[in-house]
Design a protein around this ligand. Structure first.
Ligand SMILES: Nc1ncnc2c1ncn2[C@@H]1O[C@H](COP(=O)(O)OP(=O)(O)OP(=O)(O)O)[C@@H](O)[C@H]1O
Ligand SMILES: [Mg+2]
Length: 400
């Protein structure tokens, strides 16, 4: 087994997506396979049936294994989002080992103290993100505010156990939306920025808020493209698959078709003729798009005021991704509400077939897995060392 081969699994409400790849010596990721399967047992960020979910994951992984002639075997990272994840903010305070000098080791201890102060034996800490540090004037004490993401140990253990019975041994479970945002954050050129990263999928809108390049807040709201699909199913009396087709067809059309009396031919294999006025579709879809964005904006508005307290401090941009990011009107609506430039994020540097915002998160998990594998010291890591290792990288310890 070549550990440098990474298998990334993104558990979404609509699909389980899998990407297989490896990091080349030049740092680029070479993808050599992908797979997907409809998700069962997981909806809107809630695991409802672990066995059914494991079955979907296995199907998606099998697609890759078949397509790649088993080359996919390697390190496996699985991403989850939604209410299965718990987010906490915790401050760890320690005395500096040498008064007046704060070292990387001090910061590491402060992170550790922050985690211990919220430790709950029923939850496993997946990530620790240092958000802010304060040093007392005399330099004797250091306080580090951390953003901690955890998940119930029992759920993670059960999922790992069921998957391992199918031959899928997990090397790590990650918070998928946040990991995608982090990956993008580390690659942004120039100064650390204040930005909002939103991944709107089928059932969950994952939000990560960055101030000066540090993750300060994250949330998963039960909102996504399924709302639009369900409305189309009702409004047009079509099944789910047909409604999905119509939605994707609509999102390729120009909004200028409105008020032009255009009637769309929306036939699908095995269905009776379906001729739908563009304006009818527009009204259904755009009202739902606006509703989703209104709720996301309503959630984020108070946080903007909380985290950007200095005069003149603002968010600079919104990065939008997830399958709904493929709808031009979603991006336009986000830009309108937030009054900020909005960029749709797709995986970069890959062949055209993967360049879709629905793949950003899975690709983010893959890059994360590749980074961990690359930095893993010989002999492996304890769970805590892995967490602190990430914290260290984020804090850029050479500053001290
Ligand atoms: N071209 C497109 N036009 C309109 N909608 C699209 C397009 N492509 C994908 N979508 C929508 O994006 C959603 C799927 O996105 P994604 O794959 O990111 O979700 P997921 O990861 O399965 O679910 P979640 O992350 O919400 O749990 C679906 O609602 C789908 O209809
Ligand atoms: Mg998703």
């Amino acid at each position: 087994m070549d550990k440098k081969n990474i298998l990334a699994i993104d558990v979404g409400t609509g699909m389980v997506k899998v990407l297989a790849g490896r990091q080349e010596a030049n740092g680029r990721i070479q993808l050599f396979g992908s797979g997907a399967a409809p998700t069962a047992g997981f909806a809107k960020g809630v695991i409802t049936d672990i066995d059914a979910l494991a079955h979907s994951i296995r199907q998606a992984v099998e697609c890759v294994v078949l397509a790649t002639d088993s080359r996919a075997a390697g390190s496996v990272y699985l991403g989850l989002s939604g209410s299965v994840l718990v987010t906490q903010t915790s401050i760890g305070t320690v005395a500096a080992a040498t008064a007046g000098v704060v070292t990387g080791a001090d910061v590491e201890r402060a992170c550790q103290a922050a985690v211990f102060s919220v430790a709950d034996h029923e939850y496993e800490v997946l990530h620790v993100f240092p958000a802010r540090e304060d040093v007392t004037q005399a330099g004797a004490a250091l306080a580090v505010e951390t953003h901690i993401i955890s998940a119930p140990k029992a759920t993670l253990a059960e999922l790992s156990r069921v998957l391992s019975r199918s031959g899928i041994q997990l090397n790590g479970i990650v918070a998928s939306g946040i990991i995608a945002a982090e990956g993008m954050n580390t690659e942004l050129p120039g100064q650390p920025t204040n930005f909002i990263f939103i991944d709107i999928g089928a059932g969950v809108a994952d939000i990560s808020l960055y101030v000066k390049g540090r993750l300060r807040s994250s949330a998963a709201l039960p909102l996504g493209g399924d709302y639009i699909t369900s409305d189309l199913m009702q409004g047009l009396s079509v099944n789910r698959a047909h409604a999905e087709e119509i939605k994707r067809y609509y999102s390729r059309l120009s909004p200028d078709l409105r008020n032009q009396g255009v009637v769309l031919d929306c036939n699908d294999y095995g269905t009776v003729d379906k001729h739908i006025p563009f304006d009818f579709l527009y009204d259904i879809i755009e009202s739902r798009v606006e509703e989703i964005v209104t709720l996301v904006y309503g959630y984020l508005k108070p946080l903007q005021a909380e985290y950007l307290t200095k005069p003149g401090q603002t968010f600079e941009t919104v990065y939008l991704t997830g399958g709904c990011g493929a709808m031009p009107s979603m991006g336009a609506c986000v830009a309108k509400f937030f009054q900020l430039p909005t960029t749709t994020v797709t995986p970069e540097g890959l062949s055209a077939e993967y360049v879709h915002p629905a793949n950003t998160v899975c690709y983010g998990i893959l890059k994360h897995g590749a980074r961990i594998t690359e930095n893993e010291p010989v002999g492996g890591h304890s769970a805590w060392n892995t967490l602190v290792h990430k914290a260290k990288k984020l804090l850029k310890f050479d500053r001290y």
